[in-house]
Design a protein around this ligand. Structure first.
Ligand code: MGD
Ligand code: MGD
Ligand code: MO
Length: 798
């Protein structure tokens, strides 16, 4: 009998694809026609759906079943797993939520679950978990992101508005092509990063738009330790800066412009406050150190003449100062975007078409358009627990309950967490100093995770619910800045016994007595229709959308261009600052901020300031010949997603994540192309596959994020990671007391040839699972019996 083939379409954060499946198996994904520059990331999804890392049954850590909920003393990540029936897992988790909230209160539950999960407006895991936990009585939440945590906290003090309003003030590519002359990009604008749009993307236009700028004669300068951070076709001038020193370069550029008398005194006086105080610092009046090109050349390793020439170009051409988000994922990361904006204000281009300041032009879809359409989302409901942490302080919270910490002018206290619930993110990918996280992770009584695959997030949990992927459910998608609404049809059924996040939360909610409130009596299908109809109603003033049936038949609707946000890139501010005030205390751009001064944080003073990072190549007291580690975004995947798929795996070197190293450094260390190497520092070590390239400046190594964590001895802090996850090396401290954001970019490492290591990575293998006979016995513990007893009582109650 011929295999039954079906074609459907789906949406991912990296594009829209046509999915071929046969007899219930995903065979391949092809980019949808109409995508001008499709991403190959989708091609790796099919093999991942079929591989051995797929979880197909609820699993419980053996030690948790035997000992019951309690700190794990190093066993999380190391124990075997026990397969259990779905209803048993539901009973155990419902009973545990109930125990924790009664014994310790809901502020002992952490569900600040961070992560990208998958595209789809209804099945969005982060919304699902928040809605569920809010109704279960509340949870400790997280605020801000790993992406832009420092930027999100500082910019509202400087320009007002919402945390990410900076990206909606970015000059667009079209404006740059029409009116711009020069783009100076700190951290480049790597095209690999524009494959992604949160929530979905139907057409990738960034390459075409960048080319349009180039054809219009715009000049690009790539300030980055990595040449490939701008595409070759842009013919950018490369300034291979020493990592972590960009603020010094920006200060020197500002200094040269000011001493030449070329600064925009009119804009600085009318539209900004605090320039004079800042100028005293810039010129060295307040601290005796002029921030001139000589001073900066020692810090940045860019020669003084080059800095002076660039300063003249910036002051005379219509210039965009672009600062990538990577620059704020560092010690004192708040300073880079603040100083970038101030440099732009000084330059004369801020608030003028085609010039100005950009935060993250080139990454995601920033610069494609400024506006976006409102789209309906699954309502989160309310959370009655008010305690929260800045997202990257998770290990601090677990290791130091009750300790106080500073955040954005407030003194807060870490709660005492007994239960962690995670759905749709991978902390063993995203967090820094993973061995510290491994230690912190042993502390709570219980950790519950929803995951499709046996990555480290699942392997380090107590209770794992396997979940359906976005190819196995129906939804509709529309990315944050996208102008399409697309249907997501299920390509195949999930493996037998695998449910969606929604179905799992529904079952738990039913046991806990709020099933009807959680579902509002809607099936998943009914919710998808409901959210589409709410979106349609919200957009009614702009466009009439087809009925849901029609949309579902068509598969896609294109929306008109969204309206521009009012003061796009500060043009109205320049025109008339009194009539168009910013939402800052002064109504203007705060070059010096009274609010920040009042917080009194030494590591985030009142105006942009150069402060040496705690770990960097410019520390002359350190005589070791170390390397700066750049752990940037991977080109072959989104974070850790589908690392097990064929496309990501095809990029591995010697079976491990590639590390890029300059030929001079490689030769000195006897490292050859394709060799296995070891990277290490006091925090950890990992293996990687050497890739020798002069795209990377000497003294710097680049190991992208996202290789699944593969410790040689799981559960033991410090154990060698055999796969190349840079977060075993990165440091876990806040950018400053202000934002407390991730500072993954501030990391030094050493590297050596390690071709003696032949052990392959085990990252994609499932953990040890007990035999069927043992499982039957283990399922008969008093814990299970009492949970099942409680479950029937709870259902009795409702
Ligand atoms: N060193 C270093 N570390 C970094 C960064 C860096 O530059 N350097 N970058 C940081 C940044 S910017 C970010 S945004 C973070 C990203 O960190 P994350 O967003 O946590 O990373 P992902 O790999 O996208 O994790 C998503 C997880 O959700 C799972 N998943 C997918 N769909 C579903 C679903 O429908 N339901 C459920 N339950 N699970 C699902 C996937 O299998 C995957 O494990 O990493 C940060 N970490
Ligand atoms: N393919 C792909 N694209 C992605 C993602 C992904 O996982 N995969 N993740 C998405 C997400 S969640 C986010 S938040 C964005 C992040 O966007 P970014 O933060 O811009 O991305 P990165 O790749 O981390 O960093 C960009 C470049 O900064 C350079 N850099 C590092 N340190 C320094 C320094 O000290 N000085 C200078 N001048 N340059 C430096 C690095 O060479 C690096 O390639 O990317 C998004 N795009
Ligand atoms: Mo991010």
């Amino acid at each position: 009998m011929a295999a039954e083939s079906t074609h459907t379409t789906t949406v991912t954060h990296w594009g829209s694809y046509s999915v071929l499946s046969e007899s219930g198996r995903v065979i391949s994904l092809e980019p949808s026609p109409g995508d001008r520059a499709p991403s190959s990331i989708g091609s790796g999804m099919a093999s991942a759906h079929r591989d051995q890392a797929r979880i197909t049954q609820p699993m419980i850590r053996e030690g948790w079943l035997i000992d019951g909920p309690c700190p794990a003393g190093g066993r999380r990540g190391r124990d075997r797993f026990v397969p259990v029936p779905h209803d048993m897992a539901i009973a155990l988790v419902a009973a545990e939520i109930d125990r924790v909230r009664h014994e310790f209160g809901n502020s002992a539950i952490y569900a600040g679950s961070y992560g990208w999960a998958s595209a789809g407006r209804f099945h969005h895991a982060k919304s699902q978990i928040r809605r569920f936990m809010g109704m279960a009585g509340g949870y400790v939440d997280s605020v801000n992101t790993y992406s832009a945590g420092a930027l999100e906290v500082i910019m509202p003090h400087i320009i007002g508005g919402s945390p990410l309003s900076m990206s909606t003030r970015c000059p667009t590519y079209d404006e740059i092509a029409d009116g711009g002359e020069l783009v100076v990009s700190f951290g480049g604008m790597a095209r690999k990063n524009a494959q992604i749009c949160q929530g979905g993307i139907a057409d990738h236009t960034v390459p075409e738009l960048q080319d349009r700028c180039r054809r219009a004669g715009v000049r690009f300068v790539n300030v980055s330790p990595v040449r490939s951070d701008t595409d070759d076709s842009l013919h950018a001038e490369w300034l291979p800066i020493r990592p972590g020193s960009d603020v010094a370069l920006m200060l020197a550029l500002a200094h040269e412009i000011v001493v030449a008398g070329r600064h925009d005194t009119d804009f600085l006086a009318r539209c900004c406050v605090g320039f004079d105080t800042f100028a005293d610092y810039l010129l060295g009046h307040s601290d005796g150190v002029p921030k001139d090109s000589q001073w900066a050349s020692k810090l940045t390793e860019i020669d003084a003449a080059t800095i002076r020439t660039l300063a003249t170009a910036i002051a005379t051409a219509r210039t965009v100062i672009n600062v990538s988000w990577s620059l704020q994922r560092m010690h004192h990361g708040e300073q880079a975007h603040w100083m970038g904006l101030v440099l732009s204000a000084i330059s004369g281009s801020l608030g003028r078409r085609g010039g100005g300041f950009a935060a993250g032009l080139g990454t995601l879809q920033i610069g494609v358009r400024r506006g976006s359409h409102p789209k309906a989302a699954l309502p989160h409901g309310t959370n009655s627990v008010l305690r929260f942490i800045p997202v990257a302080r998770i290990a601090d919270m677990l290791l130091h309950p009750g300790t106080s910490f500073e955040y954005n002018g407030q003194s807060l206290q870490y709660p005492d967490i007994r239960m962690i619930y995670w759905a749709g993110g991978n902390p063993f990918h995203h967090h820094q100093d993973l061995h510290r996280l491994v230690r912190a992770w042993q502390r709570p009584d219980t950790i519950v995770v929803h995951e499709p695959w046996w990555n480290a997030n699942a392997k380090f949990a107590d209770i794992v619910f396997p979940v359906a992927t976005s190819l196995e459910r129906q939804d509709f998608a529309s990315g944050t800045s996208d102008t399409t609404l697309s249907a997501m049809y299920p390509a195949v059924d999930p493996p037998l016994g695998v449910l969606t996040d929604y179905e799992i939360f529904t079952d738990l909610a039913q046991l806990l007595g709020f099933g009807d409130q959680f579902t509002e009596s809607r099936t998943a299908g009914a919710w998808v229709r409901e959210l589409y109809e709410r979106t349609s109603a919200g957009l009614a003033p702009i466009v009439t959308l087809p009925s849901f049936e029609e949309f579902w038949r068509q598969g896609q609707v294109t929306l008109p261009e969204p309206p521009e946000p009012p003061d796009g890139s500060f043009t109205l501010l320049r025109e008339d600052p009194e009539a168009n005030p910013l939402q800052t205390p002064s109504g203007k751009i705060e070059i010096t901020s009274g609010t920040l001064a009042s917080f009194g944080y030494d590591d985030c003073p009142a105006h942009p300031t150069w402060m040496e990072p705690c770990e960097w190549l410019g520390d002359s007291s350190d005589e070791r010949q170390l390397f700066h580690l750049i752990s940037n975004q991977p080109s072959r995947r989104l974070h850790s997603q589908y690392d097990n798929g064929s496309y990501s795996r095809a990029g591995k070197v010697a079976g491990r994540e590639p590390v890029q190293i300059n030929p001079i450094d490689a030769e000195q260390r006897g490292i050859y192309s394709g060799a296995t190497v070891r990277l290490w520092n006091a925090r950890g070590s990992c293996l990687a596959g050497a890739m020798i390239t002069d795209d990377v400046r000497p003294g710097v190594v680049v190991l992208a994020t996202g290789a699944w964590f593969d410790p040689e001895t799981p559960g033991i802090a410090g154990s060698l990671d055999r796969h190349g996850n840079p977060n075993v090396l990165t440091a876990d401290f806040g950018t400053s007391l202000l934002a407390q954001a991730s500072a993954s970019g501030t990391t030094l490492v050493d590297i050596e040839l390690a071709d003696g290591f032949s052990a392959p990575t085990h990252a994609f293998e499932p953990p040890a699972v007990v035999s069927d006979r043992e499982a039957i016995q283990l399922r008969q513990t008093p814990l299970v019996a009492s949970a099942i007893g409680r479950a029937s009582e709870m259902t009795g109650e409702t």
